[in-house]
Design a protein around this ligand. Structure first.
Ligand code: DX5
Ligand code: ZN
Length: 221
């Protein structure tokens, strides 16, 4: 199982310390880009991603919550992204989404499509043959620390069924409100990758990551 901590919730006054723990404990780093327009919050630019890139070999899982993902796909590809995940709702248009997936593949990066809670999962089915990652938002995008929306579970199961029935291999990634009490169920519904921010960075990172994985490692402090 892939754990992808959202660094929206990282303590930047302890950047080096926390990143070195991530380097030893997780597979991906979830990098939430927000433009203050697609969502009512503003986060990181490319220079912050470059700082991560200089200090980790982990897979940089870039989540573009932006109105113009075509423009920002170039910006964050150059800054060191390994995946570029954009929102269907940025275009509400399958052709445009398909073209951007092709463009991201042309940059030799993994392409991901994300849907907000209100968007039915069937909307993006036509894209799933060519998509590497599907990011199910289990909270309304924009902020960390929100509660998992229970209806997300059905979306995860539908994506899993669609993937199995058609022998596709996109990664099902779930993002928002994930903690040690719901991680197991989310994985059994079909998730391959878990994004967690407030849960991972609130307390001992190693212990919290181990709990998400379902083992009860004792607190390392
Ligand atoms: C929200 C972001 C999520 C969020 C997850 O818009 O896409 O990645 O940071 O944070 P938690 O795990 O605290 O819900
Ligand atoms: Zn995210």
């Amino acid at each position: 199982m892939i754990i992808s901590p959202s660094v929206l919730s990282m303590h930047y006054d302890r950047f080096n310390e926390e990143l070195s723990v991530l380097n030893e404990t997780v597979e991906w780093i979830h990098f939430d880009v927000m433009d203050g327009h697609f969502v009512p919050n503003l986060t990181f630019g490319p220079d912050i991603l470059k700082a991560f890139r200089r200090n980790t070999k982990l897979f940089m899982d870039v989540h573009l919550m932006v109105t113009d993902p075509d423009f920002y796909s170039d910006v964050f590809a150059k800054a060191g992204a390994d995946s570029l995940i954009f929102h269907y709702e940025a275009y509400n248009d399958l052709e445009k989404c398909s073209a951007l997936i092709d463009k991201i593949h042309g940059m030799y990066l993994k392409a991901g499509i994300s849907i907000k809670p209100a968007t039915p999962v069937e909307t993006i089915f036509p894209l799933l043959e060519k998509t590497d990652i599907v990011l199910v938002m289990s909270v309304e995008p924009g902020f960390g620390g929100q509660k998992f929306i229970p209806e997300s579970s059905e979306k995860i199961s539908k994506l899993k069924a669609y993937k199995t029935a058609r022998n596709l291999n996109y990664i099902i990634e779930v993002d928002g409100g994930i903690n040690d009490t719901n991680a197991h169920e989310i994985v059994s519904d079909g998730a391959d990758a878990l994004v967690a921010g407030s849960y991972v960075f609130n307390g001992d990172i190693r212990t919290n990551v181990a709990k998400l994985r379902g083992n009860k490692e004792k607190d390392s402090n």
